[in-house]
Write a new protein. Structure first.
Length: 139
């Protein structure tokens, strides 16, 4: 499992670059970033090396940020890798609230998923043969 940083960001020019500069100045390394947006705001989700420090730096810059636990699962980086994982989630009756992916090399990718009952989901997915990714795996 990983800790994800979520930032609520006003949808205005320069706000995303401000966010990334705050993290850079704090020495935070990002592994993945995704944005869900509306006309008024964006919801930025970040996987990084020091999530608690990232939130502290963002809050000090008057940005609304929090840490959320997410399930990260390694899948083969090939066509169908994600489909097979999601079919496994379906067969185990596990609900996914949202997700995004990032590649970590030619042979594997990491799917980051917000799920209910994260500990139970992690155990079921591991028992099904998938590797649950931790922060140490990304360092």
């Amino acid at each position: 499992m990983l800790k994800q940083v979520t930032v609520f960001l006003e949808n205005k020019k320069g706000r995303l670059s401000e966010l990334t500069r705050v993290l850079a100045n704090a020495g935070i390394n990002m592994y993945a970033l995704t944005i869900a947006e509306t006309s008024d705001y964006g919801l930025v989700r970040i996987v990084c090396d020091k999530p608690e420090e990232a939130v502290d730096a963002l809050r000090a810059a008057n940005l609304r940020a929090l840490v959320t636990k997410v399930l990260a699962v390694e899948v083969p980086n090939r066509p169908g890798g994600l489909a097979e994982l999601l079919e496994t989630f379906d067969s185990l009756d596990l609900n996914i609230e949202y997700g995004y992916c990032f590649s970590v090399g030619k042979t594997e990718a990491v799917d980051v998923l917000k799920v209910s009952e994260i500990e139970t989901a992690a155990k079921k997915i591991a028992d099904a043969g998938y590797r649950v990714v931790t922060a140490d795996d990304l360092a």
